[in-house]
Design a protein around this ligand. Structure first.
Ligand code: URA
Length: 185
């Protein structure tokens, strides 16, 4: 199979997934979007209401704020790949359950292998705990770089945290500028 066929097969498999109960309650699977050969990949937590309605990650209020940071630092959303730990929306936007993450993580691993980015940025604590280290502390460790295999990884505040606490926005801008610097290095 070439990469195009692998992507098609993976997305189709994910679309009919019933490895956890969220496959039955979701409206749309939110597989991932963007440049499949991106140097930079962002990984969020799970789809919210708007993402569940559209099938596209980060299109709700948090996503629109995230887009503003991309624009501010000069990263084109079309150049990066964006996905989530969970591909289906947890009811009422509750945190993902560990068993849901376990069931779903294989899809992200396959996506990551296919995209093969140089940099992976976790959007928020849930993604950072799953992908960087289980005791990740977002307030202390946002913007800190970790080497994981071939990947340079860091985490930034989840955009929805910035909606609730605007005092975090200055740190977010600094972290995003550093990510842009790495991206261009
Ligand atoms: N929050 C996330 O973590 N992911 C989305 O796609 C939307 C909101």
């Amino acid at each position: 199979m070439d990469d195009k066929e692998k992507w098609t097969e993976l997305e189709a498999r994910c679309g009919r997934c019933e490895l956890c109960p969220l496959g039955k309650t979701k409206t749309n699977t939110v597989f991932g979007t963007g440049n499949k050969n991106a140097k930079l990949m962002f990984v969020g937590e799970a789809p919210g209401e708007r993402e569940d309605m559209t099938g596209i990650p980060f299109v709700g209020a948090a996503g629109q704020l995230f887009d503003k940071y991309l624009v501010s630092v000069g990263i084109d959303r079309n150049d990066v790949y964006i996905a989530n730990i969970l591909k289906c929306r947890p009811p009422k936007n509750r945190d993902p359950k560990p068993e849901e993450e376990d069931a779903c993580i294989g899809y992200l691993r396959e996506q990551t292998r296919l995209v093969s980015p140089k940099i992976i940025v976790c959007l928020g604590r849930v993604s950072a705990k799953r992908l960087i280290k289980s005791d990740f502390h977002i307030t202390k460790e946002h913007g800190v770089w970790f080497q994981r295999g071939a990947f340079n990884m860091c985490a930034v505040y989840h955009p929805s945290a910035l909606l609730h606490d605007p005092s975090k926005r200055e740190d977010m801008l600094k972290d995003m500028l550093e990510i842009k610097r790495m991206y261009e290095a």
